[in-house]
Design a binder for this molecule. Sequence first.
Ligand SMILES: Cc1cc2nc3c(=O)[nH]c(=O)nc-3n(C[C@H](O)[C@H](O)[C@H](O)COP(=O)(O)O)c2cc1C
Length: 163
Amino acid sequence: MNIYELIEKRQSIRKYEQRPIEREKLERVLRAGAMAPTARNEQAHRITAVTDPEVIAKLAPEMPFVATAPCVLAVSFDGDRTMRCGQSARTIDSSISLAYVSLAAVEEGLGGCWLGSFDAENARVLLGLPETATVAALYTLGYPEGDTPRRIKKPAEALYKIR
Ligand SMILES: Cc1cc2nc3c(=O)[nH]c(=O)nc-3n(C[C@H](O)[C@H](O)[C@H](O)COP(=O)(O)O)c2cc1C
């Protein structure tokens, strides 16, 4: 698979086979996230891979499919910096890193779903992170079960312009 095929293959996966992710695979995927660019190369975000089903079940109880994932990644940071453009360096770093993870996951035959609709303070406490930490996003990870219908997307041209 080349990078374009990978990008096209990626889709949000919310059904998982009930088997764990091999440690080497998980590490390769996490290493891809660690290779992502960061503002000023600060590399200040962290990804916690949660595999304890009891913790996973409490991370986002309002979305029951999350509890069925064999692994949930939490990307977090402690301290932020607003860049000159007005945006949070750490939120953007965290997002790029998870985007890399999501593509590496496809290469490994895995799939997952980005989660923004969760209680970040609840997740922080569950993960044992300090009060000053922020959990920017969660990402489920597992072997996809069955076929997931693809979401209809706008034509790509509607999302860019060349001028
Ligand atoms: C920032 C962000 C937050 C999201 N939050 C959730 C969420 O809380 N729950 C969920 O089921 N999906 C969530 N998604 C997944 C989107 O619904 C999904 O990416 C979108 O419908 C497009 O489908 P696709 O990923 O299959 O292309 C989120 C995606 C992004 C990028």
